[in-house]
Design a protein around this ligand. Structure first.
Ligand code: NAD
Length: 145
């Protein structure tokens, strides 16, 4: 994709780190940006910073491990902006412990966000992106470990 101006980007895990940088980069290209994150306060700060650059933003507090919350994110995005052109599945967590010290609960949490979160986001957004027939890209940065 070459001309991103006016197009729509959705970034999960947008309140910090790589996601925040992706959101900034999209805004710098003149895109409208949907920022999604489970950390509501950090998300509001990130969204404010990007809106101050003149970019149109939508901030949605969402836990990507919840299929229902991700579907709502897709609905709110469609209501506000219509098409999505760049979809960044970036929200992710790491249990931070050694493999043999990770409990089943640690794995449920990690896989719930990193794996199922990605599944929910892809399922909620990609069919609509394809049916619109507009050029688009999906980028997955979350890892399963
Ligand atoms: N930093 C690296 O070296 C590296 C390497 C490979 C892959 N990754 C992946 O890239 C992604 C971003 O990494 P980062 O270093 O910027 O991490 P980060 O911790 O700085 O940012 C992750 C963001 O995801 C959000 N998040 C966590 N759980 C969530 C949930 N359930 N729903 C919605 N948002 C949630 C966090 O609040 C945070 O804002 C992660 O998925 C990570 O696994 C990072």
């Amino acid at each position: 994709m070459k001309d991103l101006k006016g197009k729509v980007a959705v970034v999960t895990g947008a309140a910090s780190g790589i996601g925040m940088s992706l959101a900034r980069a999209c805004a710098a290209e003149g895109m409208r940006v949907v920022l999604a994150d489970v950390e509501g306060e950090a998300l509001e700060r990130a969204s404010r910073e990007i809106a101050e650059t003149g970019s149109e933003t939508l901030a949605v507090t969402v836990d990507v491990s919840s299929e229902a919350e991700v579907r709502r994110l897709a609905e709110r995005t469609a209501e506000r902006f219509g098409a999505v052109h760049l979809l960044f599945c970036n929200a992710g967590v790491g249990a931070g412990s050694l493999l043999w010290a990770s409990t089943a609960k640690d794995w449920e949490w990690t896989l719930g966000v990193n794996l199922w979160g990605t599944v929910h986001v892809v399922n909620a957004f990609v069919p609509a992106m394809l049916s619109r027939g507009e050029e688009g890209r999906v980028v997955i940065t979350s890892t399963t470990s």
